[in-house]
Ligand binder design. Structure first.
Ligand SMILES: C[S@@+](CC[C@H](N)C(=O)[O-])C[C@H]1O[C@@H](n2cnc3c(N)ncnc32)[C@H](O)[C@@H]1O
Length: 333
């Protein structure tokens, strides 16, 4: 059966959306229609349905298929230090604010074992390093960054650096940030216990896994050796080797179950927001809501890190791209 044979009327599509909301709590209002259709067609082909109306009836009477369909929309794929060069860039920004000139040593410390680096990036390794070290537009803006105000040498007042990992899935991203900061704090006391990380996701189960903090070996493929030794302990579940993140790192992150498209009333404003690999699923309406939330929650001079394939229309917003390679935006005044 080819895609061409599949019939999806607007009415049956809306029935499906309503049915999923009612039966599973899955709210597809946020997602781009092309993304939903791609997944839906794949499922229909698999179960040999050509008409959505018929597939909907099948879904209604089949709990197993309902669960499988829902799982197809679970997009919580992530791992520690995903897109390693973005973390290296974040670390370099911090080091530049701290007035450290020779940042190569710190890049080395953060580097995963060579054969672990994200496959795509491996080929471009040297180029990436040059980009990280040079990143001219980023470093020209250094003094405008809100974190510069907090951690540059001239500062005496200690105010915490605030970070939000939005759409954090099972917690690998905020824990990677916490490990990176903890590691730097060993050399730079101004960072020590002087940061707050909030992490949120719409998926309750993902948040509960994040709080548990136990991970498969595959999730650690980009974790630098010294980090693995320092921040993880091995544990077994039947025959599988798992890795538990240290309670010291766990305590650094506050997890919340939250929908980014809804109104936020955080008592904090953030210096840094990581929101990676979420926007690709959003339709235009929800992208707009997303930008409104980010503009509200980001401090002036704060930085937004998007995913490697994500961009936003900057026009009419206070956000301006300052690192097009790593997709980093600054909030202007
Ligand atoms: C692919 S993961 C991204 C994880 C991590 N940021 C990364 O880049 O590796 C996308 C996450 O977005 C979450 N998500 C989807 N819609 C959301 C929404 N409206 N508000 C908050 N999180 C949402 C999903 O539950 C999922 O955990």
């Amino acid at each position: 059966m080819t895609e061409i044979n599949i019939r999806i009327s607007e009415q049956s599509f809306q029935t499906l959306i309503g049915l999923l909301k009612e039966k599973t709590g899955l709210n597809l209002d946020y997602y781009r229609r092309t993304f939903i259709l791609r997944r839906l067609k794949a499922r229909m082909i698999r179960k040999k349905f050509s008409d959505l109306k018929e597939y909907n009836s099948f879904l209604l009477s089949n709990q197993e298929e309902l669960k499988k369909f829902k799982d197809g929309f679970t997009i919580k794929y992530t791992y520690f230090f995903r897109d390693w060069d973005v973390y290296a860039t974040f670390q370099n920004i911090l080091l530049k604010c701290l007035n450290v000139e020779d940042i190569k040593k710190y890049i080395e410390e953060l580097r995963p074992a060579c054969n672990n680096i994200d496959k795509l990036r491996k080929k471009r390794k040297e180029m990436i390093e040059k980009e990280i070290v040079n990143a001219p537009s980023l470093f020209n803006n250094l003094k405008k960054l809100s974190i510069y105000q907090l951690i540059s040498n001239s500062r005496k007042v200690k105010k915490p650096l605030t970070i939000w990992s939005c759409a954090c899935a099972t917690g690998e991203e905020p824990y990677s940030l916490a490990m990176l900061l903890d590691n730097l704090a060993r050399t730079f006391p101004i960072i020590n216990n002087n940061y707050q990380i909030v992490a949120s996701d719409i998926d309750k189960l993902a948040i509960s896994d994040a709080k548990n903090g136990i991970y498969s070996t595959e999730k650690l493929r980009n974790v630098p050796n010294i980090y693995e030794q320092r921040y993880f302990t091995q544990t077994r579940r039947s025959f599988e080797m798992l890795h538990a993140i240290s309670s010291e790192i766990k305590d650094k992150v506050t997890f919340l179950n939250e929908d980014i498209t809804k109104i936020h009333n955080y008592p904090w404003k953030f210096d840094i927001i990581f929101c990676r690999n979420l926007l690709i699923y959003f339709d235009i309406q929800n992208r707009k809501k997303f930008i409104r939330t980010i503009e509200k929650q980001l401090k002036e001079g704060g930085l937004l890190f998007l995913g490697k394939t994500e961009t936003i229309f900057q026009e009419g917003t206070s956000l301006e791209i300052i690192d097009p390679i790593h997709h980093i935006y600054i909030k202007k005044n």
